[in-house]
Write a protein that binds this ligand. Sequence first.
Ligand code: NAP
Length: 507
Amino acid sequence: MITGKNCIAGDFSAKGNVEFKTMDPKLNIENPTTFVEATKEEIEEAAISAWNAFKVYRKVSGKQRAAFLNAIADEILALDQELVDMYVTESGLPEGRAKGERGRTMNQLRSFAELVANDDWRENTFDAAQPDRKPLPKDDLRKTMIPLGPVAVFGASNFPLAYSTAGGDTASALAAGCPVIVKSHPMHAGTSELVASAIVKAAEKTGMPKGVFSSINGGIQAGVDLVNHPKIKAVGFTGSITGGRALFDIAAKREEPIPVFAEMGSVNPVIITPSALSKRGNEIAKTYAGSITLGTGQFCTNPGLLLTVKSENTQDFVKELAKETIALDPQCMLHPNIKSGYEKKGADVTSQSGVEVVGKVEGELEPNYAASVVATVSGTEFLANPKLHQEVFGPFSMVVQCKDEAELLQIIEGLEGQLTGTLIAEESDSLDLMEMVDALQNRVGRIIYNGVPTGVEVCPSMQHGGPYPASTDSRFTAVGTHAIKRWVRPVSYQSFPKNLLPDHLKG
Ligand code: NAP
């Protein structure tokens, strides 16, 4: 049973009087629970409790933190159908997706548990003393990673579990030794509360300090107050460029600026060479129709931009892609606001000079269902109009027909930073593939060869982050175990007696 309350240091609390409800986008009605936004006082209590918990939690052994993370995964599973039903009701996504995402969330928690069960992840570095070194002796130096402090996490609307309350940001921060305060996403506050209750139970069962986790309900102001709180030492965010950039600027203007790791928009360019189009254009069209519409296009890795060099097969490919895309059943979007954002941005892009809509699902759709769109434009028009470069969050993709290889390269080099870039090519191709790879790798965090960008494997070699505005710090990833590096900083111990060193530096 959910309460609609905030979870402040393990206790459920509702001192405020601003209320809201979530939506069932499929039924287009409000869900029954009334949620209460956190007050400034509750945010203060969460932050102070997190700071007090940090003093204890940062010293908790890796094995104990691993037990905590595994217990969270167990408690999430124990929520069973109640969690699945709540997820479906609040997101409009199907039950299969809910279960898949729950599995991914648990795997993330367990992989961080495995990572921190020993101290290798800290990249401990030892330099032995050289007392006889000339002209000066060298001191004993030992470097390790320590946690930053309490982290504020902003969950994503499009991943109510895997990038939300116990998602990758929370799992990696808790693994690093940082308490977490989540600003739950108002579109799935019920799912968040259930997961928060699982984290609280896991913390109690494994003896973690109370303030190690809190979750607050609220709008923009609650998020701003949280990021401005002096006891918050870092921020994890997934969502829009507007939101991520606003929080980044707020964090930078604090008396003590703090890092904001925001993962934001991307159009995920896909280069399809004329050789690939000529050999397997129809197959590529079918595969990409599936990728463009997967999850109603509500993925940060959605292929929003397909780049081709005009050839005799281009027109056929564009038509085939449109045909395959609109043949797929329209799906529900996460929320009426996401649907209206999709339609507004889509209309903005398709009304630009030179843009032709090649395929669009027509006719009356259920409320909050999205009409998939495939558009096309010339490379020259694309280069001249920055409005065409923006993300249309939903089942939308634009095929850019470049006049030659040079124009294609110019487009890639002029793109904003991206999470992914894909190359669809043949082994012996008419394009200079190495040149394409060189250009792409400078703009993206992950390069895919002959595949699709949707589907982000959770493993250590995954890079999910790219040059701005894909993320605010391209040196880090939001997915995979290396995500822990965002929440730690290096410290060197010089000439220390063993008894004063942390255990993992004593060796
Ligand atoms: P969002 O609007 O950026 O919101 C994400 C979270 O940040 C919410 O909790 C939101 O609170 C908060 N927030 C937003 N602006 C803020 C600000 N100026 N100051 C403080 N907090 C702020 O993202 P969304 O709701 O998930 O989706 C909206 C749009 O974001 C989509 O239509 C899409 O364009 C984009 N999006 C992109 C990705 C991606 O991975 N590329 C993923 C999801 C969404 P409130 O809800 O209370 O405003």
